[in-house]
Design a protein around this ligand. Sequence first.
Ligand code: ATP
Ligand code: MG
Length: 282
Amino acid sequence: MVATAIASQETPLSLGSEVELLGVSKSRPKGTGRETGGLVLSHVHLRLEPGSFVSLVGPGGCGKTTLLRLLAGLEAPSAGHVRVGGQSVQGPSPRRGIIFQDANLFPWLSVLKNTTFGPLSVGASPGEAEARATHWLTFLGLGKFLHRYPHELSGGMQQRVAIARAIVNEPELLLADEPFGGLDWITRELVCDELLRLWHTTRKTFLYVTHALEEAVYVSQRVVILSARPGTVARVIEVNLPEQRWAHADLRFTPEYARLVEEVREVFAEQTALAASVRAHV
Ligand SMILES: Nc1ncnc2c1ncn2[C@@H]1O[C@H](COP(=O)(O)OP(=O)(O)OP(=O)(O)O)[C@@H](O)[C@H]1O
Ligand SMILES: [Mg+2]
């Protein structure tokens, strides 16, 4: 039934969920945080609109991965509330997909079986799991590689499988933690376009962490910049570029794109300088 809906595109997939972080702080046990007594995130207020694509940048160690882990339900906040779709996050759920820098594929399973693993483990029938996995793998350009094994794929292809694995459960929220950090720039740009097309088609809520400021602007509708540790929201920059960016070959050469990247870079540099001056005075 689900497979038929996906294949025919008659029934649109449901929109991604609203994400809310309300006064979220996270501290680590004493002794783990050098300068701040263990405080990693401090009073983070952030709302992601349902179906939006938001990127998250910030100085190294400011708590980006921690914030994603809170949203994934892998850790609990020390204070404040983390909500997805109006529900408090209580633990991990297949409704929240996550992509890491390493594709983390099962080396002994084919591309198809790596991707059906998730739906099968939450009770989908083998036929339905296979139809959904085939659909998304084909969407991501891997239709001819369903029966290959991870070691037969390039890094970019492995990350596409990781994306398919995350989207195949139709999550309400997709979290990505520097997923393309290990790829060369050309491959990285191509896979970013795939991710954008996927977001455009599925309208799930995407939160994308990256160190690359230009990439943050290129992929998202909004760039959230965190302060240095303890991370808090320093600025949110709206990106009013066309949605179907992959169809605008010269987008990266437009003055508006350059202006946005510069704006993000300035805030980022301010935050890094601020952190350095605080360190110099403690
Ligand atoms: N399990 C842990 N135990 C103790 N401290 C931790 C743990 N995980 C992270 N930290 C510390 O918490 C802070 C935030 O880490 P986190 O990985 O969230 O930052 P980040 O912004 O993702 O960094 P990066 O840009 O390097 O990926 C860092 O100072 C880190 O050393
Ligand atoms: Mg990190």
